[in-house]
Write a protein that binds this ligand. Structure first.
Ligand code: 4NP
Length: 170
């Protein structure tokens, strides 16, 4: 694994995750990415990791208790306060990862022309045919949905970081 930074000027990259309410999936994704970055000894490549929602329905709230329980059961600390996406986020972050296609379309619609963020479905980093690329909304379901989201997010995060380390992620 190379230790070269992604960008030739040596700067580190910033990533953000986006779902609808920013209380279930995207705070979990943020926590999982931070944990995987640390575990894979890649803190030197990543500057900021954050998350937000396309809606402000839950702005100011902490993560859903099922997200907290699932993260905790998997040894991942989670700590976030929900907020809605801001226009400045499209200039601040190198990558904004959407959980599902609706989040993706909403972000693309909002993105100011010429801003730097690369907006992608996080599931574009799926290399396991057994996992769905869409992180579907677990809010109205049972705990199984949260564990399924966790498995997806952990796999996508590690795939992204592997590509980043290999210098194949631009
Ligand atoms: P999230 O889940 O987008 O993964 O945070 C949801 C949380 C709340 C609602 C919908 C989805 N809601 O309608 O309140």
């Amino acid at each position: 694994m190379t230790k070269e930074p992604l960008y030739s000027d040596g700067s580190r990259i910033s990533v953000a995750f986006c779902c609808l309410g920013n209380i279930c999936r995207s705070p979990m994704a943020e926590a999982v990415m931070r944990h995987a970055t640390n575990e894979m000894k890649m803190l030197h490549l990543i500057d900021e990791i954050d998350s937000f929602g396309t809606s402000g329905f839950h702005a100011g709230d902490g993560p859903d208790r099922r997200t907290v329980q699932t993260c905790r059961a998997n040894g991942v600390p989670v700590n976030h306060v929900s907020r809605q996406v801001r226009l400045s986020d499209f200039e601040k972050f190198d990558y904004i990862f959407a959980m599902d296609r609706e989040n993706l379309e909403d972000l693309k619609y909002m993105q100011p022309r010429g801003s730097k963020a690369k907006i992608m479905l996080f599931g574009d980093y799926c290399e396991d045919p057994k996992l769905d690329r869409i992180v579907s909304d677990p809010y109205y379901g049972g705990p199984d949905g949260f564990q399924r989201s966790f498995r997806q997010l952990d796999h996508f995060a590690r795939t992204f970081l592997k590509k980043l380390a290999a210098g194949t992620e631009q």
